[in-house]
Design a protein around this ligand. Structure first.
Ligand code: WQD
Length: 335
């Protein structure tokens, strides 16, 4: 049985990926310092798959702890989710973001090299494209200057990995997520935003649940059909499954180069108002909202060109926006 390390494995995308890895018969080891997740997620994963992953509460900024882990755990692959990911917060605390997101990545890559552990999957983001000149966005779209320290840590992270593949046998794949949403069909795991949600879907479901008074729609004067910004909302389970495909690609040596990049999106763009309408349609719940000014740093539109991921990686999304929104609502009702 192949053994896989999932850092941040108790987080939103991490936990959904652990479930799919276990469904595929992988032995999973989780490292998570619970800075943006809850230990209860471990039992939830176990209740879904019937298998309890190994779990280590390690802070990946602790170089000695990272060294010790890899010396004692010969993993066949590493999927690295663990990072701070709040765009707005990163502007307030850039040094925390660079220390955590970059420092941890370097320590992990150093120990992978020291132990000749060569299969590495990196959680990246479409945020590296900024406002792309052409839509849909391909993997060759130019990288734009980061709009936030968070986005910069993803850009720098990719560069660090690329350089690391040149001085070792490391084989890596960066997966650039568009907008992950939704929750596992069991409604046992899902997005657990701490405090006031920054992202759209958690705010929508909390408004529908009466936890939030009213959703503010950030901007209604964009150059889009209905004036609100357009994004590629992708079900988190589809994102999770892409990680299994990417990991197998490396383990089976099917990668075409030692550093590959794939966009993970549906290829479909939807505006904020379209998302609200879809949510109301599939859930029967009303969402109170008001149109307000644009949010600093937002782009007008971003959605993926999925050809390379579909044809080269051999993965495509199977779940619809409606299914994702309904799953997010089912999950919210359990909270
Ligand atoms: C989506 C749309 C908002 C909240 C960010 C990161 C990206 C990834 C996903 C980490 C935008 C609008 C939102 C609200 C709104 N994060 N909105 N009212 O900004 O596309 O992407 O989160 O990996 O890297 O950049 O996602 O969900 O914040 O916003 O109108 O209360 O919803 O303006 O148009 P975003 P989002």
């Amino acid at each position: 049985m192949k053994k896989v390390l999932v850092t941040g494995g108790l987080g939103f995308i991490g936990s959904h990926t652990v479930v799919e890895l276990q469904n595929e018969g992988f032995e999973v080891v989780i490292i998570d310092n619970l800075s943006n997740s809850k230990i209860e997620v471990l039992d939830k994963i176990t209740s879904i798959t019937g298998v309890k992953p190994s779990y280590f509460n390690i802070d990946l900024r602790d170089k000695a702890a990272v060294k010790d882990f890899f010396a004692n755990n010969k993993v066949d692959g590493t999927i690295h989710f663990a990072a701070y990911k709040a765009v707005g917060e990163s502007v307030q605390k850039p040094l925390d973001y660079y220390e955590n997101n970059i420092g941890s990545l370097v320590y992990i890559l150093q120990e992978l090299k020291a132990n000749s552990l060569n299969n590495f999957i990196f959680s990246s983001s479409c945020t590296v494209y900024g406002q792309a000149d052409e839509l849909p966005i391909t993997e060759n779209a130019p990288i734009k200057p980061a709009e936030s320290p968070y986005g910069n840590t993803k850009q720098i992270g990719e560069e660090i990995i690329k350089d690391a593949t040149k001085i070792s046998d490391l084989k890596a794949i960066a997966l650039r997520y568009f907008n992950p949403i939704g929750a596992h069909e069991s409604a046992k795991i899902g997005e657990l935003p701490i405090g006031v949600p920054q992202n759209l879907i958690p705010y929508v479901v909390q408004t529908a649940a009466g936890i939030r008074e009213e959703l503010s729609v950030f901007g209604s004067d964009y150059n889009t059909p209905d004036g609100t910004a357009v994004r590629d909302y992708i079900h988190v389970v589809d994102i999770a499954k892409a990680h299994i495909v990417a990991l197998k690609r490396l383990i089976e040596n099917k990668n075409k180069s030692n550093f590959e990049i794939f966009n993970l999106g549906t290829g479909q763009g939807n505006s904020v108002l379209e998302v609200i309408k879809s949510f109301e349609k599939v859930t029967g719940q009303k969402v109170n909202y008001k149109l307000v000014d644009r949010r600093e740093g937002d782009v007008t539109a971003a959605y993926a060109d999925t050809n390379y991921a579909n044809n080269e990686l051999g993965w495509k999304t199977k779940l619809s926006l409606d299914e994702a929104l309904l799953s997010a609502w089912k999950w919210q009702k359990t909270l």
